[in-house]
Design a protein around this ligand. Structure first.
Ligand SMILES: *[C@@H]1O[C@H](CO)[C@@H](O)[C@H](O)[C@H]1NC(C)=O
Ligand SMILES: *[C@@H]1O[C@H](CO)[C@@H](O)[C@H](O)[C@H]1NC(C)=O
Ligand SMILES: *[C@@H]1O[C@H](CO)[C@@H](O)[C@H](O)[C@H]1NC(C)=O
Ligand SMILES: *[C@@H]1O[C@H](CO)[C@@H](O)[C@H](O)[C@H]1NC(C)=O
Length: 331
């Protein structure tokens, strides 16, 4: 449903660009529809409105480039178009949403000599071991969202109830990180592993979309702590990474998400570099049944973004740097 709505926008935006000589008025109409759809309230005639409209028009030019047929001849290529980020400049988008870094990790060394057989498709969502897509809003806490999502799943896979745990607690308390100004999945896991802090329920330590003071809870209270974690560089070993996803649960990873500002759906195969990670997300599964095998990745930008909050990324070429910084908590 959401995707259908967005693809209508996408078609409209192409038609706006296919009308030479009268693009501005139609594009202006598109901008008004964008404002209505995403509930933006810029005052009429303000400089701010003009600025937002300029960024919006620039985003439409990016979409033309990103959707360019020269690079999109493959089947199931990703499509890019208007979404909730279309009135942000790339710099603003980066400053708000891209606040995580890759960490140098040891390369994964195969431990088993047996050739493991992987299923063609696997998704922890099918087993109801994944919590719903969240929305980090304007808090650069992606690193906390991705590892808390992984811990929730690992806890449920172990036979417990699937419950939402507190992302805010990690944002406030992981002292080696910078709260809503950014952090690293690995340093947060390091902190959780070292302190054995128990994560409270999300309902008891609510998300506030800003960094707050760290709250402590009595040790008798409910909470989930980790007993260890695994963290490796799986670059060149994405098949082993698929096996780890099955063995350990959803994987927290860092990625280059600059082009995700404009993502609508499909499998990302281009315009996404490795070695330049700036965002953290959670891989919940993979699908190798079609022409292009892909990772199924949960993001924390709400369900209106991407495919109901998810994004697909091609497996096998470290697209977006998805295999560079991979971690899983053991509970
Ligand atoms: C441009 O398009 C608008 C809306 O479709 C139309 O009303 C207007 O007359 C057109 N202007 C020109 C110069 O073609
Ligand atoms: C795209 O799909 C068609 C039909 O399924 C297939 O013949 C073709 O080889 C595919 N192209 C690529 C690049 O995978
Ligand atoms: C991961 O390993 C690959 C291959 O050895 C290397 O090129 C890449 O720089 C490593 N990534 C990070 C983030 O260290
Ligand atoms: C987690 O903590 C345990 C106990 O202190 C330690 O043995 C283990 O090496 C730590 N794990 C990682 C990945 O650092």
């Amino acid at each position: 449903m959401a995707l259908f709505g967005l693809s209508v926008f996408f078609l409209l935006c192409l038609s706006a660009w296919a009308a030479p000589g009268n693009g501005t008025e139609e594009a202006g109409g598109l901008f008004r529809r964008f404002l209505a759809r995403y509930g933006r309230r810029y005052s009429l005639g303000s400089l701010e409105l003009q600025r937002r409209e300029r960024f919006f028009q620039e985003s439409i030019q990016r979409h033309v480039y990103l959707n360019s047929p020269v690079l999109s001849h493959e089947n199931n290529s990703a499509i890019y178009g208007i979404n909730q980020f279309s009135d942000l400049s790339p710099e603003e988008f980066k400053a708000i949403y891209l606040q995580s870094k890759a960490v140098k990790l040891p390369e994964y060394v195969k431990t088993s000599t047996k050739e493991a057989v992987l299923p063609a498709r696997f998704d922890w969502r099918d087993k109801k071991f994944v919590t719903p897509v969240r929305n980090q809003l304007s808090c650069g806490g992606c690193w906390a969202f991705s590892i808390v999502g992984g811990i929730e799943s690992a806890y449920a896979i172990k036979g417990n109830l699937l419950e939402e745990l507190s992302v805010q607690q990690v944002i406030d308390c992981s002292y080696e990180d910078h709260g809503c100004n950014g952090g690293s999945t690995i340093s947060a896991l390091h902190w959780l592993n070292k302190t054995r802090v128990k994560l409270a329920r999300a309902s008891e330590y609510k998300f506030k979309a800003q960094t707050g003071i760290c709250h402590y809870f009595p040790s008798s209270d409910f909470g989930v702590s980790i007993r260890d974690y695994k963290a490796y560089n799986f670059s060149g070993a994405e098949e082993q990474m698929m096996m780890q996803l099955i063995n350990l649960g959803p994987l927290a990873v860092t990625v280059d998400a600059v082009s995700w500002q404009d993502y609508l759906g499909g499998i990302i195969q281009h315009h996404c570099s490795s070695g330049e990670a700036n965002h953290a997300v959670l891989i919940t599964g993979f699908d190798t049944t079609g022409d292009i095998p892909y990772w199924i990745v949960q993001n924390s930008w709400g369900t209106t973004w991407g495919i109901d909050g998810y994004v697909y990324i091609k497996i096998g070429e470290n697209v977006c740097g998805i295999a560079d910084t991979v971690s899983a908590a053991l509970v």
